[in-house]
Design a protein around this ligand. Structure first.
Ligand SMILES: CC(C)(COP(=O)(O)OP(=O)(O)OC[C@H]1O[C@@H](n2cnc3c(N)ncnc32)[C@H](O)[C@@H]1OP(=O)(O)O)[C@@H](O)C(=O)NCCC(=O)NCCS
Length: 165
């Protein structure tokens, strides 16, 4: 039983957002979410373009880790992925529907993801992000991630958050 999920957060303009764990019955809605997501392949080639590729990608990522779904009035509008890497380290990424960006939802999902990773016993969260993706960089740093020195001028900046108190 999680003490972190589900979570109800209120973001800009008083918009209530539910953040909860993925369940197997959500698969079709998640595929539909990525089908309507734009622009495709905008961040490091993800999310994939085309139903087949989305299916293969979800087949690969969903069986492990922690998957957070963000909903507004029952509509699925975001997916946060915590995918285990090496021992104790988990990779994070987040995708919000284009109609729901820049309203504080990404930062809210990040913060819940950090607590979910902590609750699951991971010691570090790692992510990579294109240095030009300012909304992503800012939302990750608002949630406590720090830049890995020396990566900010690379093709993919890296950020980490250590979870051990
Ligand atoms: C990246 C993403 C998750 C961020 O979530 P969001 O809800 O749009 O961001 P927030 O509203 O929480 O904003 C976070 C910060 O970024 C800033 N920001 C938001 N949109 C911005 C933009 N287009 N350009 C520059 N800064 C922006 C906000 O002002 C805020 O800073 P502040 O707290 O100092 O005001 C979301 O935009 C998204 O899904 N983008 C497409 C997919 C993607 O790039 N995912 C990341 C893969 S690594």
């Amino acid at each position: 039983m999680s003490e972190v999920l589900p979570a109800l957060v209120t973001v800009r303009d008083g918009l209530p957002v539910t953040i909860r764990g993925y369940e197997s019955g959500d698969r079709a809605r998640l595929e539909a979410f990525y089908d309507s997501f734009e622009p495709k392949r905008a961040a490091q080639g993800l999310p994939p373009s085309g139903a087949d590729r989305v299916e293969r990608w979800l087949d690969a990522v969903l069986p492990t880790g922690i998957h957070l779904l963000a909903e507004v009035e029952g509509r699925l509008i975001g997916h946060g992925l915590l995918c285990p890497m090496e021992e104790g380290v988990v990779e994070y990424a987040v995708w919000l529907h284009q109609d729901f960006r820049s309203r504080g939802i990404g930062t809210a999902v990040n913060r819940i993801a950090v607590e979910a990773a902590r609750e699951a016993g991971f010691r570090r969260i790692w992510l990579s992000v294109e240095p030009g993706n300012r909304a992503a960089l800012r939302s990750y740093s608002r949630a406590g991630f720090r830049m890995v020195p020396g990566t900010v001028f690379s093709l993919e900046a890296e950020m980490v958050l250590d979870l051990e108190e």
